[in-house]
Design a protein around this ligand. Structure first.
Ligand code: ADP
Length: 454
């Protein structure tokens, strides 16, 4: 491959530009009118405007992106994450134009994008799944039967769900009909598909996911796990590797299950198999993400493997060139998502011009961001403006280093969540590695109680 078009924006588009430069591949950015000043546009070898700011008019317009790829003569399209990255129709259109889609093929994206089908595939592959309905449920009555079987509380989940949307927690049989209707309406509106299924609600789980790399010659490895239990409203805030919870035995078992799922669905390229793990070490498959993840640098840091370069090489047909035994993890890595939002106003997005901007440096610190002083954060997109990734010999060192890095990260002119993340990092539950997916909620309740007392 000689030229890649990047069908995305922001930090991930810039990440792909960087990988292309190191591999001697030409990169072409696409951008909306609101993103003309973004660093990904300035640093790519070429750039094509694909429409107005709103993503429905630009980054979600498949035909404009494919036209841009054809005009620029790109051999491949890297979809990044979000937007069209897991849209099987987009991948299929790209394939049918004779352009390489940098990811699994459209058939696999379609299968794994349907969370009920993915659950079935995982079960067939021998991976434990959360007890629940074997597929979508037809109506509230059927939902009730499955909920009764597995016992309350249960979660109603949208078959096409993502980003934490279309999910409802139900505590009792009385509440089920109402929540069922609400969940399927919400799913229909958000994803154009109202189908939902039932899962038992796992109490206080950890979210632990495995990074997969699969080439086009049948070689599949996992690159260990990322613990993403620190979430606010089902959205990840801090990610780390290794997980403070996993024993070497459990890691091996879960890694094998992740590989089995990837093998069974015919997976190619980089992907992530997500699990919930309960307090007793029981683990359950929840979904597979058929793309590069926001938190991929954490894995890059502990394994020394450049995941985006690996994606490009795999798409070009190169074999992995290493086996599971060759994969080594060393030290500890942690990532924080820095967002233009105001924790004081319930995390409302805070777009606007960054008046002063200074990124941290020093040993063990990496910042992936498309922002700079004078850059205006557009109102149209996700509020994430950067990721800080640190490494340390131990978890304690990684936390200290993250505190130090965040104390150096200056972003003026807009509000951001750095003070909030710093207070989370100081919390003893987090410091002791005891955070479950309920941690942020409990942390915020504790902080509110303390400030009421004061
Ligand atoms: P999405 O695709 O919308 O991100 P996921 O299925 O990946 O949805 O779930 C997102 C998060 O929701 C998980 O990381 C976890 O915190 C919570 N969650 C999902 N399913 C369950 C469950 N069965 N029990 C408890 N928590 C769950």
């Amino acid at each position: 491959m000689q030229k890649i078009l990047i069908a995305n924006r922001g930090e991930i588009a810039l990440r792909v530009v960087r990988a292309c430069k190191e591999l001697g591949i030409e990169s072409v950015a696409v951008y909306s009118e609101a993103d003309e000043q973004s660093l990904h546009v300035q640093l790519a070898d070429g750039a094509i405007c694909i429409g107005p700011g709103r993503s429905s008019e630009s980054y979600l317009k498949a035909e404009r992106i494919i036209a841009a790829a054809e005009i620029s003569g790109a051999d491949g399209i890297h979809p990044g994450y979000g937007f069209l990255s897991e849209d099987p129709d987009f991948a299929e259109q790209v394939e049918s134009c004779g352009i390489k889609f940098i990811g699994p093929n459209s058939e696999v994206i379609r299968k794994m994008g349907d969370k009920a089908v993915a659950r079935r595939i995982a079960a067939e592959a021998g991976a434990p799944t959360v007890p629940g309905s074997p597929g979508p449920v037809a109506d509230a009555e059927e939902a009730s039967r499955f909920a009764q079987n597995v016992g309350y509380p249960v979660i109603i989940k949208a078959v096409s769900g993502g980003g934490g949307k279309g999910m409802r927690l139900v505590h009792s049989a009385a509440a089920l009909p109402r929540e069922f209707a609400a969940a399927s309406n919400e799913a229909l509106k958000a994803f154009g598909n109202g189908e939902v299924y039932i899962e038992k609600f796992i109490e206080k789980p950890r979210h632990i996911e495995f990074q997969i790399l699969a080439d086009e010659h049948g070689n599949i490895v996992h690159l260990g796990e990322r613990d993403c239990s620190v979430q606010r409203r089902h959205q990840k805030v801090i990610e780390e590797s290794p997980s403070p919870f996993l024993s070497p035995e459990l890691r091996e078992k879960m890694g094998e299950a992740a590989i089995a799922v990837a093998r069974h669905c015919g997976y190619r390229n980089a992907g992530t198999v997500e699990f919930l793990v309960d307090a007793h070490g029981n683990f359950y498959f929840i979904e597979m993400n058929a793309r590069i993840q926001v938190e991929h640098p954490v894995t890059e840091t502990v394994t020394g493997i450049d995941l985006v370069a690996a994606q490009l090489r795999i798409a070009a047909g190169e074999p992995l060139g290493f086996t599971q035994e060759d994969v080594r993890q060393s030290g500890w890595a942690m990532e924080c998502r820095v967002c233009a939002e105001d924790p004081e106003r319930n995390f409302a997005p805070c777009p606007g011009e960054i008046s002063l901007y200074y990124t941290p440096g020093g040993p063990g610190v990496r910042v992936d961001s498309h922002a700079y002083g004078g850059y205006t954060v557009p109102q149209y997109y996700d509020s994430m403006i950067g990721k800080v990734i640190v490494s340390g010999a131990t978890r304690a060192q990684a936390i200290d280093r993250m505190q130090r890095a965040l104390s150096e990260y200056l972003i003026r002119g807009i509000k951001c969540n750095i003070p909030f993340i710093r207070s989370v990092l100081q919390d003893p539950v987090f410091a002791e590695g005891r955070a479950t997916t309920h941690f942020i909620e409990e942390f915020m309740a504790r902080s509110a109680a303390t400030s009421r007392k004061a």
